[in-house]
Design a binder for this molecule. Structure first.
Ligand code: A3P
Length: 322
């Protein structure tokens, strides 16, 4: 078994070594590899390719899908709290002591933890999902997307923090202009962002009952309505009785950024989904401001308009607007 998996790993490494690469100014890893139309760091890509052949989700499971920095942690926390509420009311939720990324594992990073789970997550684009995980196979997918201007800023902040942690040299800081340029060219992790969004958008049109398309901004603005819709989608809608008991609000409060940010597991824990990951990430890095429109503090109006135009051009004819 061990030998087989080593041979498979070698095969994947060999494949990755033949792929087109680009420099990545945003990370200490330095290189992005292009695979099936998207860009990745080597470590993540090797796991993605292994998952394509080896990962089979549980029938009837739900996969929470996202591009990084679009609200993955929030969607995980809410979905986990919703689906476990009969065992754990919000005041006793495992989320109070376990990080959302540990409660709902990324199947490509932690396949053995994800096996047998009914709620898992992924950053893999729709068109590269393992065949058994696609909506056509019967899985349910909930996709969260977010205004790309806020995504690019959130990603830059996150990677900058990580880069500073990994690399003490004072020159590690890269400018937002460089990160923005890279994002607009589609050369960001799991990018191009527009293709990531479009893949799931098209799937949601093709399989409306099996693909839920959630927007971060809507979730912020109309949290209660979105949380109820999410519960319905997950197959465990709230009863009137539960609503009267304040369970919906309890879950919303539990999963708010303020609440999750203050927990010990956030302040002291680190995200390390697999031993082979070349770095770990401080849990607190996943919670920053959690606001809509923070991009205005970092990008100019012109930069914002440029990115909006790129998205509008790419989304033309798809029926999708951001
Ligand atoms: P900002 O950097 O704009 O603050 P992901 O979970 O996909 O990594 O995305 C992280 C982004 O979601 C960060 O955005 C983070 O602050 C925000 N976020 C994390 N948890 C949240 C929550 N419970 N409610 C709202 N936003 C949240």
């Amino acid at each position: 078994e061990q030998q087989k998996s080593t041979a498979a790993d070698e095969g994947i490494k060999q494949l990755v070594s033949t792929l087109p690469t680009k420099p990545d100014c945003n990370s200490t890893t330095n290189l992005l590899y292009q695979y099936q139309g998207f860009w990745y760091h080597q470590f993540y890509l090797e796991h993605l390719i292994a998952a394509q052949t080896h990962f089979t989700p549980e029938p009837n499971s739900t996969i929470l899908c996202s591009y990084p920095k679009t609200g993955t942690t929030w969607l995980k926390a809410l979905s986990f709290a919703i689906t476990t509420r009969t065992h754990y009311p919000p005041s006793q939720s495992p989320l109070l002591s376990r990080f959302p990324h540990d409660c709902v594992p990324f199947f490509e990073l932690a396949p053995s933890v994800a096996r047998n789970k009914l709620l898992v997550a992924t950053h893999i684009p729709y068109t590269s999902l393992p065949a058994a995980a696609a909506a056509a196979s019967g899985c349910k997918l909930a996709y969260i997307c977010r205004d790309p201007k806020d995504v690019v800023v959130s990603l830059w902040q996150f990677q900058r923090k990580q880069k500073k942690e990994e690399d003490d040299d004072g020159d590690a800081d890269m400018g937002i202009e460089e990160a923005f340029e890279q994002f607009c060219e589609g050369n960001s992790v799991a990018g191009p962002y527009w293709d990531h969004v479009l893949g799931y958008w098209r799937a949601s049109l093709e399989f409306p009952e099996r693909v839920l398309f959630v927007r971060y901004e809507e979730l912020k603005r109309e949290t209660e309505r979105c949380v109820k819709a999410l519960a319905d989608f997950l197959g465990c809608g709230f009863s009137l009785e539960e609503e009267k008991q304040g369970i919906v609000q309890g879950i919303i409060d539990l999963c708010s950024i303020e609440s999750l940010k203050g927990l010990d597991v956030t302040k002291n824990g680190r995200f390390a989904p697999t031993e082979s990951m070349p770095y770990t990430i401080h849990n607190s890095s996943f919670y920053r401001k959690g606001e809509v429109g923070d991009w205005r503090n970092f990008l100019t109006e012109e930069m914002g308009a440029r990115l909006d135009k790129i998205m509008a051009d790419r989304f033309a004819g798809s029926g999708l607007g951001l």
